[in-house]
Design a protein around this ligand. Structure first.
Ligand code: NAP
Length: 506
């Protein structure tokens, strides 16, 4: 075995059940860009004998970490412990095997000799005595320490970085599950010994593991370094958010030293506050910006305080963009309204102020309507809100000085601009439309729905020779505004737009 190096390696766990398949996975992992593979010998069925180990490990195409995880630690090996340790010892005799994983509960005298990782796993929660465990591992004879634990929120996941920073020897610490993916993406920033990434979806060896491809191409693995600034999106659910792809592509295109991570934070003000409190305690995280989505936009405004938010964000009652400076102080903005208003004004080739006096029909009375109504009224437009639930339209109209009508009256509007802020027409219900015809006075139609790009409403509007504005422009605009606020760099709008189009399959 070779001596342990300290560069963070991207390790691909191999989970095939036969030696032939696992050897093929090794080749595939190298082709994907993994630096090392973890041969999960406990997945092989039956357990490998000496000959099979040789077939697997002799002249391997990359460095190997050999692991034979017992059932008690979340693995598949259910035979005698002496047999398991003998397999590991035999694996360690091959030149390609750089290191062997040994669980912390194996008595010190029984641990295979050679270069080892001492590992600890908790599949239920973050252990209360995490610091004690880390200290014990740090003081052991093993070359590397590894600790992995399940978390219920990114605030607790940050404990993994505390461990890496506190340990003197090479350490790999990570939080498992969707709430912990930031600990995987940021492993290089904190100098972890290595990080695991799967060969593909369905090939994960632990919950929350990302693929090698996503680590390298979506989450900028090769670019991340100790100075990298961190950004992210807070929401729940968050798995299908396009924001990581948009912002990471923008960082790559502008060569900005940043990385953008998904942060699943369960609903509730307390969970939101816990995360930002945990961030404040860790200035070395270099967290500089957050996108905020459902259900935390109001929580963000309350946490930051109205005095540190833009006037319209306060009026709307929602912050979708948080900017942190190097001292950790926070600023809140709402780029949703700005993105929407600018999409409209750019298409009409007018300044925001020229919306004054224009008659606008806003269809819908939900969150997006609220942002648009607040902005339209701020710039002096005369707004009528049409909604299925009239009560909701009336409440919004009263707050912002508008007229409220039932959505059934929308075909009769006398407005010149119509904006759809309902979900009508959105995939898969693409034949739905909030208007059954384009009213005569309407000359501009803006549909905030962006999937499909051309909704039934927009197609009707085109036929009626109206100017049309798609939800795509609004969506890209809000991301562009976030990028520019955080980086003080012009955003690569076309790159960001292309990411959205690609994701939408266009
Ligand atoms: P929301 O708060 O849930 O509001 C939904 C609105 O749609 C309500 O006014 C609701 O009426 C109405 N609605 C839903 N189903 C309806 C139906 N079958 N018939 C009539 N009205 C119906 O949602 P939101 O956050 O405001 O989002 C609204 C839409 O905006 C989304 O569907 C999305 O396509 C679009 N959007 C676009 C962007 C962008 O960047 N382009 C960003 C976010 C959202 P009731 O009050 O009667 O329930």
């Amino acid at each position: 075995m070779n001596p342990v190096e300290t560069t963070t390696r991207l390790i691909c766990p191999l989970t095939a059940t036969t030696v032939e398949e696992m050897r093929a996975e090794m080749v595939a992992a190298v082709a994907e860009g993994a630096d090392m593979v973890e041969c999960r010998l406990d997945y092989l069925d039956p357990p490998p004998d000496d000959e099979q180990l040789a077939d697997l490990l002799r002249d391997a195409p990359c460095a190997v970490l050999a692991t034979c995880r017992p059932v008690r630690e979340g693995g598949y090996f259910d035979g005698e412990e002496s047999h398991r340790l003998a397999i590991l010892t035999a694996a360690g005799t091959f030149d390609s095997v750089e290191i062997i994983d040994v669980e912390i509960d194996v008595p010190a005298d029984d641990r295979p000799t050679g270069t080892t990782i001492l590992s600890h796993h908790d599949f239920e929660h973050c252990p209360e005595n995490l610091d004690d465990i880390a200290r014990e591992m740090d003081a052991s004879a093993a070359a590397v320490s590894k600790t992995a634990f399940v978390v219920e929120g990114p605030d607790v996941a940050l404990r993994a970085f505390d461990v890496i920073r506190a340990c003197r020897k090479p350490t790999l610490a990570l939080a498992m599950g969707e709430h912990g993916v930031l600990t995987r993406i940021l492993a290089k920033k904190f100098g972890a010994w290595g990080m695991f990434a799967s060969l593909g979806v369905g090939k994960e060896s632990a919950p929350g593991q990302l693929t090698v491809t996503d680590m390298k191409h979506l989450y900028r693995w090769d670019a991340v370094n100790p100075e990298t600034r961190v950004f992210g999106v807070i929401g729940c659910p968050i798995a299908h958010s396009m924001s990581p792809a948009i912002h990471n592509a923008a960082f790559a295109a502008t060569e900005y030293d940043g990385v953008y991570v998904p942060l699943r934070i369960e609903p509730g003000r307390e969970t939101f506050n816990n995360f930002l409190d945990a961030v404040h305690e860790r200035p070395w995280l270099d967290l500089r910006g957050l996108s905020v989505t459902i259900p935390h936009k109001e929580n963000a405004l309350v946490y930051i305080g109205a005095e540190n938010c833009d006037e319209l964000a306060v009026r709307i009652g929602a912050v979708n963009t948080i900017t942190l400076d190097e001292t950790g102080s926070l600023r809140g903005d709402n780029t949703d309204y700005a993105g929407a208003i600018d999409a409209l004004c750019d298409a009409m080739n007018i300044a925001r102020e020229q919306l004054a006096g224009k008659r606008v029909a806003v269809l819908g009375a939900g969150g997006v309507s609220r942002a648009l109504v607040a902005a339209l009224r701020h710039y002096g437009a005369a707004v009528t809100i049409y909604n299925r639930t009239l009560r909701r339209a009336e409440a919004l109209a009263e707050e912002f000085g508008c007229v409220a009508e039932s959505i059934d009256q929308a075909d009769e509007t006398e407005a010149e601009i119509a904006i759809n802020c309902t979900a009508l027409g959105m995939y898969p219900n693409v034949e739905a439309s909030p208007l059954s015809r384009i009213p005569e006075t309407v000359k501009v139609v803006f549909d905030t729905v962006y999937n499909p790009l051309e909704t039934k409403l927009l197609s009707m509007a085109k036929q009626a020779n109206c100017l049309t504005v798609s939800g795509l422009d609004m969506f890209v605009n809000q991301a562009v505004a976030q990028f520019e606020r955080w980086t003080d760099t012009p955003a690569p709008r076309d790159v960001m737009r292309d990411v959205v189009l690609k994701r939408l399959g266009k």
